[in-house]
Design a protein around this ligand. Structure first.
Ligand SMILES: *Cc1c(COP(=O)(O)O)cnc(C)c1O
Length: 401
């Protein structure tokens, strides 16, 4: 079958929840993906900030294959070595104390919300607590995660969601303070807002929220699903701020393609929240998934991924700044490490489609923002190749306007 025939079959069988680009993938290698007609694409999307180590990483593939030949799944009623290893390593790189493995980001958020509610319930002996989330946030599509997602368009048709969620403005401490009551049990936000348009938390905001949480025994939940795992130049984005969360969520790049997630917490919260029978998952923490996490953490260290994120991220920042100065339609440039965004005064789907035409994958974050979230192994030369194409796309767009 050719590409068009595969796409027709997909559209006849799959639920229409995505407007997909008209590409059917065959395989990947390093920074490149190949479609079934053999066309090669430079990838600055990484399966949405997932494939940090690049495609077809031999050491990663070999580790997974070896585990497949041993055992793929057992159950959380027993112990398995990959889960023990992965939990130890996650604790080490995050400085958090306890880990619960999930299968996705949204599930990690669900667990974090449950832990926060249970903590408040145990402290006060009653339910009916409130949480504060941010406008323009994104935490996932399940009912709990959706309840704290600050995009009314995603939530509207699914109300009533979990109640008692109030929204404040990200990086606006007064707006957070205005939502605090005696019932507030948690404040949740992304350390760098991803889908909402690549907005890093300011140092002041982080510190003020942390102080508020300490003062009132409110739990600070940081969602590191997109911005974590090295993406902004530290293992977790919050580690740059001298501020530690009570609970954090992780997913996307910690598995580098195997569907996994985790929520982690401090010992204090662990001792006073979820306990036997409160939470569970059939697949979460299975040997195959945890082999992926464990190997990814090893490879991050062996391949000095953070060094590359900082060096190449700085280079990308300079290049995107130059582009911002060159084109009037680019209004702002934000981000850190290899998580950057260009905000335009127009919808960016035109630019993205032109890039795809020229063999470059880019993705938006909202209508007007182009997001740059390549595999974390990207080199300066690949940034140069990308910039050449993006520059040409903006030039074409300007000419044809
Ligand atoms: C992707 C994402 C999620 C949801 O993760 P899924 O694995 O798609 O459920 C949650 N929070 C943030 C910040 C994300 O980027």
């Amino acid at each position: 079958m050719n590409m068009k025939e595969y796409i027709d079959e997909a559209e006849a069988a799959l639920l229409h929840t995505y407007n997909r680009y008209q590409i059917v993938w065959d395989r990947g290698d390093g920074m490149y993906l190949y479609d079934i007609e053999g066309k090669k694409y430079l990838d600055f999307v990484a399966g949405i900030a997932v494939f940090a180590l690049g495609y077809n990483n031999k050491a990663y593939n070999d580790a997974l294959k070896a585990q497949i030949d041993k055992v793929i799944h057992t159950s959380n009623y027993y112990y398995n070595i990959p889960a023990i290893e992965a939990a130890k390593k996650l604790k080490r790189i995050s400085g958090m104390d306890r880990v619960f493995f999930t299968n996705s980001g949204a599930e990690a958020v669900e667990g974090a919300l449950k832990a926060a509610r249970k903590y408040a319930f145990l402290r006060e002996g009653h339910t009916d607590h409130e949480m504060i989330a941010m406008n323009h946030s994104f935490h996932g599509r399940t009912m709990g995660a959706l309840s704290v997602t600050g995009n009314p368009h995603y939530r509207e048709a699914f109300e009533p969601l979990i109640g008692n969620v109030k929204f404040a403005d990200f990086n606006d401490f007064e707006s957070v303070q205005a939502q605090v009551t005696d019932k507030t049990c948690a404040i949740i936000f992304e350390t760098v807002q991803g889908e909402g348009g690549i907005y890093p938390a300011t140092e002041t905001f982080m510190k003020q929220v942390r102080a508020l949480c300490d003062e009132r025994d409110i739990l600070l939940i940081l969602d590191e699903i997109q911005c974590g795992m090295g993406r902004t130049g530290t293992m977790f984005a919050w580690q740059k701020y001298d501020v530690k969360p009570d609970i954090m969520t992780s997913a996307k790049a910690i598995g580098c393609g195997v569907p996994v997630g985790a929520f982690l917490m401090s010992e204090k919260v662990a001792q006073q929240s979820l306990t036997s029978g409160d939470h569970g998952t059939t697949y979460g923490g299975n040997p195959l998934a945890c082999t992926a996490i464990s190997k990814v953490i090893d490879l991050f260290e062996e391949q000095q991924i953070l060094t590359n994120v900082n060096e190449t991220g700085t280079y990308l920042y300079k290049k995107l700044d130059e582009l911002t100065a060159k084109y009037d339609c680019i209004k702002a440039h934000r981000g850190a490490g290899l998580m950057q965004g260009l905000e335009c005064d127009m919808p960016v789907n035109g630019i993205i489609n032109r890039a795809i035409e020229k063999g470059l994958l880019l993705i938006n974050a909202g209508t007007n923002i182009i997001r740059f979230i390549p595999p974390l192994i990207v080199s300066k030369a690949e940034v140069d190749s990308m910039m050449e194409i993006v520059d040409a796309c903006f030039a074409d767009e300007q000419r044809e306007k």
